[in-house]
Design a protein around this ligand. Sequence first.
Ligand code: HEC
Length: 453
Amino acid sequence: MRRATPGLRHLSITLVLMACSAPSFATTLTVTDPAGQPLATVMVRERPADGPQLDTSDNGYPAPGVARTVAPEVTRFSDAIGRVEFAERDASREYLVRKPGYQDLAIKPEVETRELSVTLVPETDPVRLAEAKPASAWLGALDLGDRDTKLHFQTQCTFCHQQGNSFIRMERTPEAWGDIIHRMQRYGARLSSQDQRALPERLSAGYRKLRENPQLLADPLPWSPALTGITITEWPLGDIFSQVHDMLVAANGLVYVADNIQDRLYEVDPRTNQVTVYRIPHREGERNGGLLAARLRNFPKHDSTSNAHSLAESRVDGHIFITPSAQRRLVEFDPATKTFTLHEMDEGFYPHTICVDQKDRVVYRRAVEPGRDVRSHDETLSRCTTCRHAASASGSNVATHRRVPGADELGVPLGQLVAGGSTGYRYAAALRHRHHARTGKVWFARLHTDEIS
Ligand code: HEC
């Protein structure tokens, strides 16, 4: 999201002044209600009328190493007089118009049309009004028996994705819920064994009760008028099987995005809308899923022996370091030559969050460390001082710790058995750590807990 900075405001004034002498090619939408009154804070999304038209020649993904210009989706909100403006366009675009309490509208104007007036019709159907409410309204009203069960469910089932959205709350049998919960446990949820048994029935009945009684849902907060003036730009990357996991805005102005389950690194230039994809290399003979092969066993499509997890950039040479959580290594990407170097570790497991400190040391954390609790954090942070200069991938340069016994063979170290009241993995797991520029200290948090170090 970009807020108009004083500099940008100045720029838009300049553009308006220029428009006085030359015709304006911007597209302006004016949104009113059926009585002709202007509607403020209406969300309008502009996108290519024919879809993103991405290259899918590489198993559904763009061919690697080729820069392509993509058409981003741009979202803005109407002002107090119901107006919203988009930049000049030279291709056919679709506009999606939305405001809570009104019916959605989609229009595809002629390419040359610059002034559009649209009317939103109030929605009166209680079911449709409920369907338009955010996932949190559904989750909030969902009855799972008692407060503690609900809290445990919220802690374990909302840290990867929402609960309560239209895909989640649809009609499912308890058996279907049981299968899903089993799969989610394999991905990393730690719902207690007792709740794994009890919740399929309650989820099935609980969501049905809400669908049939939409008056049980609370009204969400209205959209803030402060949204006017904000622009959201979205660049299409990957497909529905992608899992965009971490990203960074590099010093060179490019944005790097890692696809966790398709082993790809996207390079996005937000100024030109050019996107290039690179495949993170594998070693000969590595299995799909890497050391966590069992985890995504029945996931329909994944192309990942390494699971690109987190990114960090060196301020010295702009190289990007990636933790591949399904391998025992670090990946280094050189944005100048567009080449990757793999640095092996001889021990340790699940390289997780990562940063590069002021002395240009790559500091990363291994999420899964058996037998260590929160007090041993310093020991489990690895300082990879020389790996970045290694001529060949050599584990000896990487400080590491004990590996998870049998992890390779089992494919997954996380059991399905979880005692009630468990707050986290048996293994210490950091969610994120960040290097503090002034003090030189590294801050990090532990997954599933409320602690930072
Ligand atoms: C570690 C991340 C993670 C956690 C934690 C997680 N999910 Fe998921 N969930 C996913 C992913 C990835 C998908 C999409 C792939 C799939 O369906 O297997 C998904 C999909 C789903 C779906 C749609 C499945 C379908 O077949 O339509 C439901 C429902 C769901 N999750 C419920 C849950 C519940 C309930 C929990 C808590 C027990 C949970 N999730 C915890 C990652 C997670």
